[in-house]
Design a protein around this ligand. Structure first.
Ligand code: 1YM
Length: 235
């Protein structure tokens, strides 16, 4: 029975996500460094959406030494219940293209970049692996995907927690991207812009790669005023 369920989930993945792997440019613009960093913005933007909705005001982005990146928020936590299709809602979010209205180009938070809102499933499709962890205030849930977003097991309860929030850790697929090195300065710059735009939002960017451990924290109680001062400084 349980075996069957994974097979059905896997079929959804194959139908939904192979389109992304066939034409990544249609979803993330390109497969160069710019496209690679789009993966980070997609996940970060979902965390920012949650902050804009009033849940959680601290988001951290960590560059890991295995080439993966981890994005963590302290919002409500992604839904861990069942979707009407009989698949967990989390699996739907990560394996069905444009799952949920908020991933359509109509919904939620937008940036000036244009290409935006294509969502977690697109990121998952273009990864070697992706691990999603949710704290729901009583339990810790986890689900893993491999090789272009394939479901490798069910959403599992892995512990208990009084906190709420979501963590997505993913490793881009080198078969898709021309290069898979994340730029700390590029990510930090974008995180700072997000902090300027959303008053009080705390963005923490960490680099755990190699011996060069770095951490930048951005938080502005008077958003755009701080931005103008920053721009002014360089003139
Ligand atoms: C590290 C990335 O994705 N956080 C996140 C995502 C969602 C929610 C909370 C959430 C939204 C809603 C209700 C709602 C998402 N929910 C959905 C969907 N962080 C990150 N935090 N409960 C939780 O919008 O109603 C997609 S993403 F589709 F289920 F609504």
């Amino acid at each position: 029975m349980a075996q069957n369920q994974y097979n059905e989930e896997s079929i959804v993945v194959l139908e939904g996500l192979d389109a992304v792997r066939k034409r990544p440019g249609m979803y993330i613009g390109s497969t160069d460094s710019k496209g690679l960093h789009h993966l980070v913005w997609e996940i970060v933007d979902n965390a920012i959406d949650e902050a804009l909705n009033g849940y959680g005001h601290e988001i951290s982005i960590t560059l890991k030494n295995d080439g993966s990146v981890e994005v963590e928020d302290h919002g409500r936590g992604m839904p861990v219940g069942m979707h009407k299709t009989g698949i967990s809602t989390l699996a739907v979010i990560f394996t069905v293209l444009h799952a949920g209205g908020k991933f359509s180009s109509q919904g939620g938070y937008h940036n000036a970049g244009g290409l935006h809102g294509v969502g977690a499933s697109v990121v998952n499709a273009l990864c070697e692996w992706c691990i999603v962890t949710v704290h729901d205030g009583s339990s810790i849930w986890q689900m893993r995907f491999e090789d272009g977003g394939k479901v490798i097991g069910p959403l599992e309860k892995i512990g208990t927690s009084k906190k709420t929030g979501s963590t997505v850790r993913f490793k881009p697929d080198p078969k898709i991207f021309k290069q898979t090195h994340f730029s700390f300065s590029k990510i930090a710059e974008r995180a700072q812009e997000d902090a300027f735009l959303l008053k009080g939002l705390k963005m923490v960017v960490k680099d755990e790669r190699g011996s060069e451990l770095r951490e930048h924290v951005y938080q502005y109680e008077d958003g755009l005023k701080a931005f103008v001062e920053e721009v002014d400084k360089d003139m």
